[in-house]
Design a protein around this ligand. Structure first.
Ligand code: ADE
Length: 260
């Protein structure tokens, strides 16, 4: 998978993505990340890439020329016209399903805006997708692009050492991941659940599924509707729902670890 980021801040995206797992994947050659500096395509003698909005208003708007030229130049080098994803809070909200779909592509272009955005004509000419990372407004598209590239990369074969972990983790099958423990066996009087020390793989598997269901019910009940549960697991969930009702009637509130 080859990622291309059109940005005014190449050092920001390259610095972040060259670190940790994505950095290792770049070294191994299973992904590549290239930042294209939009400013390099300014035809202005002062290398300006923005100007005041027609019709008035606050801030500056990125001009269409440098953005479109940066993309066209890239297309010429690649010999194809890859999908262009514009980072914007006005887009569809990115999720694991969208990540899986994008991970099928060979090349992806992420367009990062700044200031008050990019001239609409550039977007009309080159953008195929409009994506957001959530309902809040950031100062630019670089962090959203890094978030999406990180998420898509871990679905690319060879990026994670452990191939199964990309599947099992949170959101696979619409269930959140079960809790994990490592040494020491007892920490501040808190013991690791006994079943995990038993070596009984079937029981461990069953316990983990139950913990996933419990956790999803507590933290993201909206996900449960799309979860694929066995008959036995549905019964387990019903049991949890009953105790939840009882707890609510007893007016039990969430505990705060700071009060411990
Ligand atoms: N640019 C500014 N805010 C954004 C967001 N929430 N998602 C994607 N791009 C953005």
């Amino acid at each position: 998978m080859n990622f291309h980021i059109l940005t005014l801040f190449p050092e920001m995206v390259m610095g972040g993505l060259s670190t940790s797992i994505t950095g290792r994947a770049m070294e191994k050659g299973v992904i590549s990340v290239e930042a294209v500096n939009i400013r390099d395509y300014s035809r202005d003698k002062h290398h300006h890439v923005d100007d005041a909005p027609y019709g008035g208003g606050a801030g500056m708007v990125m001009q269409p020329g440098p953005v479109v030229d940066a993309y066209e130049d890239l297309c010429g080098k690649l010999g194809k016209r890859p999908r262009v994803i514009y980072m914007t809070p006005q887009g569809r909200v990115f999720n694991q399903k969208i990540a899986q779909e994008l991970a099928e592509e060979d090349e992806l272009v992420f367009l990062c805006g700044h200031y008050e955005g990019i001239d609409e004509r550039a977007l009309e000419l080159i953008c195929t997708d409009y994506l957001s990372i959530g309902d809040y407004v950031l100062t630019g598209g670089e962090l959203p692009a890094m978030v999406m590239i990180d998420c898509i990369s871990r679905l690319v074969p060879g990026v994670l050492n452990n191939e199964v972990s990309a599947e099992v983790e949170s959101f696979h099958d619409n269930l959140l991941e079960y809790p994990q423990y490592t040494r020491p066996e007892v920490y501040r009087d808190m013991a690791v659940p006994q079943v995990l020390l038993s070596g009984h793989h079937k029981n461990i598997e069953e316990w983990r599924r139950q913990q996933s269901i419990r956790r999803t019910l507590e933290r993201r009940p909206d996900l449960l509707e799309g979860a694929n549960l066995s008959k036995k697991e549905k019964k387990f969930l019903e049991g949890l729902l009953e105790t939840q009702e009882l707890a609510q009637n007893g007016d039990e509130s969430d505990s705060d670890p700071r009060e411990m």
